[in-house]
Design a protein around this ligand. Sequence first.
Ligand code: ZN
Ligand code: ZN
Length: 116
Amino acid sequence: MQWRKLCAVCGRKPCAVNYKRGDVTYYRSRCDGCIRKKNRKPAPKPRWLLEGYKKKPHCEKCGFKSKYKEQLFVYYVDGNLNNNNPLNLKTVCANCQYEVAREGLGWRQGDLVPDY
Ligand SMILES: [Zn+2]
Ligand SMILES: [Zn+2]
């Protein structure tokens, strides 16, 4: 019988079962958790984050102070997602995000950009 090794990635949990043939069980090199982690695509980092821009703690349109940074979004004022000049980036709350879309200011949300 094959010895059930520990996960090669985390080294803490036993390897996941790969398949069984007769009385012999074959294992994978990673545990269930690490296999799932590997298969899950990491969320791509938005460009503005890579360029070093940090979300403001408040909305730059209405001044709303957020409790959680997920409440705020980064927008490109000129709609050019390659223009990561801090002057072109604005932190906007969910409320203003809606207004921006309705008023057609031409701003584009930076968080929706795929990493390429
Ligand atoms: Zn593991
Ligand atoms: Zn706002």
